[in-house]
Write a new protein. Structure first.
Length: 363
């Protein structure tokens, strides 16, 4: 399959609308509806759970179950404290970066709709240059243009309202996708594209396929932890993002060396089942899909960990998309990597045999 043919105009329209839509941790349902609408022609049925994880299922009656998974949520902020003069202090919802906040525009989500605001910051002229204070949770604040707490509350803003950035999708130099929340709505996009390719190529899988878009990964893999108990899969292939470690100020001796444009990243970690990972590597080599390797100590920090250690142990592996500037509003990935991740998952599914245990102890 040529990577040039994978993404079409409908794919790109879906990707843009899906990335631009806000789906902060705990509030993913609007994005899940966009995702499910796109996936609907390619699956037999859907499963949803109490907290909003969505699963498109192919062959729901098959006893052997294979998961391909991404997570739906993006990092955000909560309104934590409103001052008497109408300024807002925040706490994190996920791993939001306090250093990028100053001068960013924000959307505050209320029952009345979006309220616009900005993270204020003192002008350079007014800061003590000898001992400049860096941005931190205790000093970043949002200004809605209000003069009193009462004005803020009249807009529908209260403690607990969730806050996202409005930055939208853009393509740089023809093949670099840039947006906030590529971590990891790009994962949801890629698994949806796998389902589309299976449908368009009239592939009949011998097992049940569970295309899983989990919520609440950014606060501890919680959505995956819940849904794996519902699905009870036999195999799980997870896709998330990892760091492009070739940009400035990153130590390759600590982070390893992975780069956008060089292919999917296959992880080595205790949670990764070696035989499943070897099948993925063999598939990449046979289909001439470029790939990179990454080692993770103790945990992968992705939903792989939640699936692997559930239900008495589920054969799990991680295929990552290299990304620049994680947890900023300008996350960047390479189009060719996106296509290669899609192709690698697709081709691996074609190689998984029904009832394969991936056991280390086969006679």
């Amino acid at each position: 399959m040529s990577t040039k043919s994978i993404l079409n105009n409908d794919s790109m329209a879906f990707l843009e609308s899906y990335l631009n839509n806000a789906s902060p941790t705990g509030y993913e349902s609007s994005g899940q509806k966009i995702w499910m609408e796109y996936l609907k022609p390619y699956v037999d049925t859907f499963i949803t759970d109490t907290y909003g994880t969505a699963v498109g299922v192919i062959n729901p009656d098959a006893p052997f179950k294979v998961v391909i998974e991404g997570h739906a949520d993006e990092i955000s902020w909560y309104v934590n404290y409103i001052t008497e003069d109408g300024l807002i202090y925040v706490i994190r919802n996920g791993g939001s970066d306090h250093q990028i906040a100053p001068s960013k525009r924000v959307n505050i989500h209320t029952k009345n709709g979006i309220v616009k605001g900005v993270f204020g910051w003192p002008a350079i002229h007014t800061r003590n240059r000898d001992k400049e204070e860096n941005p931190k949770i205790s000093n970043i604040f949002i200004d809605l243009g209000c003069e009193t707490k009462e004005q803020v509350e009249k807009l529908g803003v209260h403690v607990g309202c969730v806050i996202t950035y409005p930055d939208e999708f853009v393509v740089l130099n023809e093949n670099k996708f840039v947006c906030r929340a590529i971590d990891n709505r790009m994962g949801g996009f890629m698994i949806a594209e796998v389902a589309r390719l299976l449908h368009e190529n009239k592939v009949e899988l011998p097992f049940g396929l569970y295309i899983t878009n989990a919520v609440q990964e950014e606060v501890g893999l919680r959505g995956a932890e819940m849904i794996t108990q519902t699905i009870k899969p036999n195999v799980a292939i997870i896709t998330d993002v990892c760091h492009d470690s070739t940009t400035p100020m990153i130590d390759k001796k600590i982070e390893g060396e992975t780069k956008i444009g060089k292919g999917p990243v296959i992880t080595y970690a205790p949670a990764v089942q070696n035989n499943l990972r070897d099948l993925i590597i063999t598939t990449a080599e046979e289909k001439e899909i470029p790939f990179q390797r990454l080692a993770s100590s103790r945990v992968t920090g992705t939903d792989t960990d939640a699936f692997a250690y559930s239900n008495g142990g589920v054969a799990s592996a991680l295929i990552s998309l290299p990304l620049r500037y994680m947890h900023t509003t300008v996350e960047m990935v390479h189009k060719q990597d996106v296509e290669n991740v899609i192709q690698l998952i697709y081709e691996t599914l074609l190689k998984i045999e029904n009832n394969e245990t991936f056991s280390y102890f086969k006679s």
